[in-house]
Write a protein that binds this ligand. Structure first.
Ligand SMILES: C[S@@+](CC[C@H](N)C(=O)[O-])C[C@H]1O[C@@H](n2cnc3c(N)ncnc32)[C@H](O)[C@@H]1O
Length: 154
């Protein structure tokens, strides 16, 4: 049962990742004329336009339910764990704050999401980053403990 649900969740987010960049990108968008943009959805849940302009194009898929980086008071050099990192919006925002001595670990079980975030992270590099695709619950507890800040968007 749990595996079936996980499979469906991965399938849906995989489709969203693959359709990003098309005009019908955000979740549940039925058609281009009526779909709210990822930018609109994100500002409604607490991201500022300046933040959205500061990250690589295409990293914001309009899937968030809040802006964890705005609440986290991150410091330079910290290690951040982002569970359910999607296209990497919060990883990129966190990377700006922790800087080159910090580290951001993005975890997402949907391979297509990780691929999308890696494509955007590659030329960008503001902090050391790792983007990988285990499930959130399988992250080794000592790894979690080593991270001074942890978000979960899954
Ligand atoms: C609502 S989206 C949020 C993405 C991103 N945090 C954002 O704000 O745009 C949730 C993400 O969590 C991932 N996810 C859901 N359950 C997960 C789990 N158990 N382990 C790892 N990733 C998971 C999905 O693949 C999806 O990309």
């Amino acid at each position: 049962m749990k595996r079936d649900i996980q499979k469906e969740v991965k399938k849906r987010y995989g489709q969203i990742a693959k359709s990003s960049g098309s005009c019908c990108g955000p979740a549940n968008a039925g058609c281009c004329a009526t779909a709210p943009s990822a930018e609109k959805l994100s500002t409604e849940v607490g991201y500022t336009m300046a933040e959205l302009a500061s990250i690589p194009e295409g990293a914001n898929l309009g899937l968030g339910c809040g802006n964890p980086v705005a609440l986290a008071s991150l410091q330079a050099g910290e290690t951040v764990l982002d569970l359910g990192s999607g296209g990497g919006i919060d990883c990129f925002l966190a990377a700006r704050q922790v800087g080159p001595k910090g580290r951001v670990i993005g975890v997402d079980m949907t391979d297509e999401m990780i691929r999308l975030a890696r494509e955007r992270a590659c030329p960008w590099k503001k902090a050391q980053s790792t983007l990988s695709s285990p499930t959130a619950s399988s992250i080794f507890p000592p790894t979690r403990k080593r991270c001074s800040a942890r978000f979960s968007g899954c």
